[in-house]
Design a protein around this ligand. Structure first.
Ligand code: NAP
Ligand code: GLV
Length: 314
């Protein structure tokens, strides 16, 4: 009997355990599904489907054949100091997630571009006034992360007429996007960017990367949109850049601490939009299809669908 352990620290996902059990059973009836903490004999667990597994949990599964991430990001797995070495890790990649991220990115880029926050304020004051408005081709959107999600959003931003540039770790070609890469390409990338969009994974290299020095390299009045991870941003530096007017506006989906504490100044800042880590969530049906495919592959000795390279950390 092949056995899957399901673990999520998120109430939204965890509260639907019966749904996950039933949907996995529909697609792979021969798989035994166990939900943490009812894991039974840990030596019987072959696969772990996880979101933010508690440290040491994966190391306690001696016969684990693969770790399957409930998200596109895998920082929640690499955060475990006892993560077992050599066990393959698969992460979510699907069209549905790219589509949801694209919707969120386009919504907020267009809102910044068309100055919707200021029109909302004018409406509240009952003021009928038009604001200066360049067209999309005169606005440079810089997308950090040109992978499955950032690459897709960048392509679609270019398709609606923005001047789009992108930044990645290694050279990437994305249709309609002028690409920069590596630390050497970062300064030139930031210097051109009017609206900065981040869809970067969290790794040691990207942790606390968006600090005062980084923000100061953007042109005055640039705006910032973050759907990567909150730990990439030094939030006090972002607040200072907003207060000085260097950064005109920010839309944030991810935060250093989630849920964002009720006392956090980002909630009430007049030029910050907060969304609760919903930019792109995993469509559960698509995810279960991927989980089943991964298990079938490993059982026949093949590689998982979307392997994560532990050396890169994403
Ligand atoms: P991906 O396909 O692995 O793409 C990651 C991109 O980031 C690649 O282009 C990569 O460069 C680039 N990158 C990584 N480290 C870098 C560095 N140090 N400097 C410059 N570029 C770097 O990942 P994805 O599927 O697009 O997902 C990206 C992230 O989005 C996830 O890790 C997660 O944190 C976040 N996410 C957020 C939500 C949400 O709801 N807010 C939902 C899903 C995912 P290369 O091309 O050179 O490899
Ligand atoms: C969500 O943040 C994910 O990584 O899928």
């Amino acid at each position: 009997m092949t056995t899957l352990l399901f673990y999520s620290d998120s109430d939204d996902i965890g509260s639907r355990v019966d749904w996950w059990r039933d949907t996995v059973a529909e697609q792979m009836p021969e798989l035994e599904f166990r939900a943490w903490p009812d894991a039974g004999d840990l030596a019987e667990i072959d696969y772990a489907l996880v979101w933010k597994p508690e440290p040491g949990l994966l190391a306690s599964l001696p016969n684990l054949k693969a770790i399957l991430s409930l998200g596109a990001g895998v920082d929640h797995i690499f955060a475990d100091p006892q993560l077992p070495q050599g066990v393959p890790i698969s992460r979510v990649v699907n069209e549905n997630m790219a589509l949801r991220m694209r919707e969120w990115v386009l919504l907020h880029v267009l809102s910044h571009h068309r100055r919707q926050r200021e029109y909302d304020q004018l409406q509240r004051a009952r003021v009928w006034r038009d604001l200066e408005q360049p067209h999309a081709g005169e606005r440079c959107v810089g997308v950090m992360g040109l992978g499955e999600l950032g690459g897709d959003s960048a392509r679609h931003l270019a398709a609606i007429g923005f001047d789009v540039i992108g930044w990645s770790r290694s050279p990437r070609e994305v249709p309609g996007v002028r690409a920069f890469h590596g630390r050497d390409g970062l300064k030139a990338f930031l210097a051109e960017t009017d609206i900065l969009v981040s869809v970067l994974p969290l790794t040691p290299e990207t942790t606390d990367m968006i600090d005062a020095d980084f923000l100061s390299r953007l042109p005055r009045g640039a705006s910032f949109i973050n759907a990567g991870r909150g730990q990439q941003v030094v939030e006090a530096d972002l607040l200072a850049a907003l207060d000085s007017g260097h950064i005109s506006e920010a839309t944030l989906d991810v935060f250093q601490t989630e849920p964002l504490p009720v006392t956090d100044p980002l909630w009430t800042h007049p030029r910050v939009t907060v969304t609760p880590h919903i930019a792109a969530f995993t469509d559960p049906r698509a995810l279960v299809r991927q989980v089943v495919e991964d298990i079938r592959r490993v059982e026949r000795g093949a590689e998982v669908t979307n392997p994560v390279d532990p050396a890169r950390g994403y």
